[in-house]
Design a protein around this ligand. Structure first.
Ligand SMILES: C[S@@+](CC[C@H](N)C(=O)[O-])C[C@H]1O[C@@H](n2cnc3c(N)ncnc32)[C@H](O)[C@@H]1O
Length: 232
């Protein structure tokens, strides 16, 4: 049996991080996912666990909910493309919005211990447009600029089934969440990347604040994602 190489990490005291071990990797026997993953892996920072979760959730949400899919924080487009590949495989032509500044992280502030702004600028709108075009993912709509401030006005859908927020910092994640939430269908999901990651404490804090709301359930996974599941 293959095992991951041992990774030795040093965690800050009192931070609530220790290594965990979970052997179940459902994507290893999901041939369709693995084929899609091979097509996007060079254009994403996400590991297989988080990508497989998006692959699974976009299918579940699209079966239950009408509305578009939105990703804010696309970087080189890999995670957006994976969701669009999943929808296309199911014959589902709904729009997938692919939003990024293409100039790196914005709105870093006091809540964020690591990010300062400008990180992940090593991409471009042309590169992502070409990547999506090469995969013939014509249902993807690229939105270059700060979301929602500069690009939400270009969205033509008024309901959403799933939103993936992968923006690394508190204020950006908060602004995206409060923009999309009123238009998310009951049964729809907001997936936060970065939950619990060292250096992404702003996003962790935001998700933990949302636990007070009475219209959602937060499911915080130990893989670095948290879900806000809307039930009404
Ligand atoms: C970690 S990367 C995203 C990774 C990507 N999902 C992938 O598959 O690898 C974070 C991205 O969020 C973008 N970003 C942060 N805040 C944003 C905002 N308010 N509007 C648009 N893009 C934003 C940054 O430009 C950066 O490319």
């Amino acid at each position: 049996m293959e095992r991951d190489a041992t990774v030795v990490r040093v965690y800050p005291p009192g931070y609530g991080h220790t290594p965990i071990s979970a052997d179940y990797r459902p994507w290893l026997r999901d041939a369709e996912f693995l084929a899609a993953w091979r097509r996007v892996r060079d254009n994403t920072l996400l590991d297989q666990a988080r990508l497989h979760n998006l692959w699974d959730l976009v299918e579940q949400c699209s079966r239950r909910c009408t509305g578009a899919v939105l990703e804010v924080g696309a970087w080189r487009g890999g995670s957006s493309a994976l969701m669009a590949l999943r929808l296309r495989a199911a014959g589902d032509q709904r729009r997938v919005y692919v939003a990024d500044t293409f100039a790196g992280v914005v709105k870093a502030g006091e809540q964020d211990s690591y990010y300062r702004g400008g990180e992940h600028a090593d991409t471009s709108v042309d590169r992502v447009a070409r990547f999506l075009d090469d995969l013939s993912l014509h249902q993807c709509v690229v939105l270059p600029g700060m979301f929602p401030d500069e690009t939400a006005r270009d969205i033509t859908d008024s309901s959403f089934a799933l939103c993936h927020i992968d923006v690394d910092v508190y204020q950006s994640a908060r602004d995206v969440f409060f923009w999309v939430w009123p238009m998310l269908q009951p049964g729809g999901v907001v997936v936060f990347d970065d939950y619990g990651f060292l250096g992404c404490d702003g996003v962790t804090r935001l998700v933990d604040e949302l636990r007070q709301r009475d219209d959602l359930v937060i499911a915080a996974n130990v893989n670095g994602q948290a879900l806000a599941i809307k039930f009404r």
